[in-house]
Design a protein around this ligand. Sequence first.
Ligand code: NAG
Length: 329
Amino acid sequence: MAGHDHKPLVLVLVLMVIFDPSFSSAELQRFHHSTKNDESLSLLVIGDWGRNGNFNQSQVAAQMGRMGEELDIDFVISTGDNFYDNGLEGVDDKQFEDSFTNIYTAKSLQKQWYSVLGNHDYRGDAVAQLSPVLRKIDSRWLCMRSFIVDAQIVDFFFVDTTPFVFKYWDDPEDHHYDWRDVAPRHQYVADLVKDLDAALRESTAPWKVVVGHHPMRSISEHGDTPELLEQLLPILKANGVDLYLNGHDHCLEHISSTDSPIQYFTSGAGSKAWRGVYKQNADDLRFFYDGQGFMSLQVTKTDAKIMFYDVDGRRLYEWSMTKQLHPSM
Ligand SMILES: *[C@@H]1O[C@H](CO)[C@@H](O)[C@H](O)[C@H]1NC(C)=O
């Protein structure tokens, strides 16, 4: 043991950190999730849900339980807007149990949930949703702003998209947004894009999936999010991202785009749905459903399969893709 010999090296490292301009922001927190023994993974994706079981939330939850069992899911992804209308009031807000713990009760759903924040979550105590106190109440819960789940054959990059969107910073309806630990916008978004770009670059997983609350492409009520197309999409394109999963628009949809191979999936139909709301856009719309439902994703090293289900658990749509393995894998 010659610990004292390392002092000059430590000093050099500290100086590198201080003077290297590329080292100005923290790395994204990383979690590990194992695949099944056969190196496959299956999971459910749900968005825009927490309404005390109302607006068919409970019916969707029951069908998730059924499909979760059938697919033997490994975990659940929430695309945000976890609690309506105004997020949680604090860590002791009963809505956490009334809209989450006591709704998603099926045995198959007693798995890890990985969640991002939606714009409605920012209207309450956003920091509360990130708190370990909630994990003590229900150990399934894990919500962070931006983070990575390394699931061996898939790297999932969860992105906090609400701060990108200008209108929330200057909301004409005068909603309160909890920008603690976020403001100022410019610095937050710049750091996040830089960290995400670095993490995407380093990723060697066969599949790269990005999850955010806001859609990049959508034909429903809210539609495309220009700030994401401008600031987030370029690094997704540059780093070979396969899928972008989001909520925010209360529908189920699959859109392909002419400008990259990225496939866009909206799963934002966990409770209230926007029936009859859609508009045209220039992208290739593969599927659109304006009722309630959810999505499943099944992945192996070479294959990905996505399915949408309605409030009765009926399969509405299926999409799959096969990838050639790189010889080095
Ligand atoms: C619940 O789902 C049923 C079946 O799709 C639908 O007829 C009904 O309108 C839904 N209720 C709400 C409140 O959206």
